[in-house]
Design a protein around this ligand. Structure first.
Ligand code: PLP
Length: 424
């Protein structure tokens, strides 16, 4: 028995089956390399779902986390500390607007905070007009979100998640959500009635398979929100922190949201999320309105500061854009019948397939030493560390024809198509 098999047996007996049983047991990493329990080496092209922005064992994160954990690992929110203040200031400067930050431990929690900010902000607007709602609640209660969107798994964030198969079994929810087809401006305008409090959108849908918004969609969403008094919440949990070659994907579109949520890449592997309220949304929550014991933890904040510093100092935004173009061009040029094209921007791409063979292709990549993700039955997601070198990208491009031959070849022709991995 291999070390991985032994561990998988123990995992299956001790952990809930909600993730299925992962194939690979990882033990270590350095840069963009990972090693499994049996010593096999991989090139990491998924970064723990767009999280390990600086790869593994990055000296800046090791130093920041080590220093902070030695100094002070936890304060609770009864006390403040400099890393959280510094990080909030830095994020606001990157967003380039006046606002305030709430720190959470995950993306889901950042979206939960955003929901409460929306309720409070709408209630305050209503009160300012002289019409306080029942129990301080606003009359505007409906949230508009996109079909196939993903915002998390808790009961609020799940209610916003536009995939019926993961949402419906767990309803009913205490939220009234109206789903619209993503990218359809007319449908969004139609949905935005006077009872709408907010629109929640990803600038590019990650779990749906790295599906970018059509040009002009975010601008149109911004204008439609302004016209109707709804707030625009952009979920940049996956797209933010340099993934697309900009600090935030929405900066490409020249729009500002009212609320911005972040997580994944922000901590470079340490758990931290942020809900950033801009303008009036920054001060919508009053004392006692929300909280988190671990949120804004000093160690996670120190890691996030190291991530921001390193992205800026090492020019990783331009680097991500360039290596992303290299991957797109290189994969497109292969011209294999299973390949239908590449979508996405920066180091956040989906390799589209002509048949639902993503599970098989993911497995073939793994066998060949590349970790990728079958995000949809017909799409492979690439979200490598932002430090992925041009040479490493070239190694993957060069290996892909042989990997594709294994998937499409006669040896596997009789195999059934594996289901794509669900969002964890
Ligand atoms: C991953 C993700 C979430 C949920 O974040 P967690 O940290 O898993 O709670 C929410 N929204 C988007 C767009 C995501 O990609």
């Amino acid at each position: 028995m291999t070390a991985a098999q032994l561990l998988r047996d123990r995992y299956a007996a001790a952990l809930m089956p909600n993730y299925g049983l992962p194939d690979v047991a990882l033990v270590g990493g350095q840069g963009c390399q990972l090693w499994d329990a049996d010593g096999k080496e991989y090139l990491d092209l998924i970064a723990g779902i767009a999280v390990s922005a600086l790869g593994h064992g990055h000296p800046a994160i090791i130093k920041a986390v080590t220093n902070q954990v030695v100094l002070l690992a936890h304060t609770s929110n009864l006390f403040l500390h400099e890393p959280e203040v510094e990080l909030a200031e830095r994020l606001l400067a990157l967003v380039g607007s006046d606002g305030r930050v709430f720190f959470s431990n995950s993306g889901t929690e950042a979206n939960e905070a955003a929901l409460k900010v929306v309720r409070r902000c709408q209630a305050k607007r209503q009160a300012a007009r002289g019409g306080a709602g029942r129990a301080g609640r606003p009359d505007r209660m409906v949230i508009v979100a996109a079909e196939h969107g993903f915002h998390g798994r808790s009961m609020g964030a799940l209610a916003l998640t536009g995939k019926a198969s993961i949402r419906e079994p767990f309803g009913p929810f205490g939220l009234s959500v109206r789903f619209v087809p993503y990218g359809d401006v007319a449908a969004l305008r139609d949905a935005l009635t006077a009872d709408c409090a907010a629109v929640f959108l990803e600038p590019c849908q990650g779990e749906a398979g790295v599906v970018p918004a059509p040009d002009g969609y975010l601008r149109a969403a911004r204008d439609a929100c302004d016209a109707t008094g709804a707030l625009l919440v952009l979920d940049e949990i996956q797209s933010g922190i340099g993934r697309t070659g900009r600090w935030f994907a929405h900066q490409q579109d020249g729009v500002l949201p009212d609320v911005l949520t972040l997580a994944k890449g922000l901590g470079g592997g340490l758990p931290i999320g942020a809900c950033i309220g801009l303008g009036e949304c920054g001060t919508a929550l009053d004392k006692g309105d929300h909280g988190s014991t671990f949120g804004g933890n000093p160690v996670a904040c120190a890691a996030a500061l190291a991530v921001l510093d390193t992205i800026a100092a090492d020019g990783l935004l331009d680097h991500a854009a360039e290596v992303g173009m290299q991957l797109t061009a290189g994969i497109t040029a292969i011209g294999h019948p299973l390949l239908a094209g590449v979508r996405g921007r920066g180091l956040w791409l989906a390799v589209m397939l002509t048949s639902p063979a993503a599970g098989q292709l993911e497995a073939a990549c793994r066998d060949a030493g590349f970790l990728v993700n079958a995000v949809q039955p017909d799409a492979i997601r690439l979200a490598p560390p932002l430090i992925l070198s041009s040479e490493q990208a070239a190694v993957f491009i060069a290996a892909l024809p042989d990997i594709l031959a294994k998937v499409a070849g006669p040896a596997t022709a009789g195999q059934s198509v594996q289901a794509a991995g669900e969002e964890s």
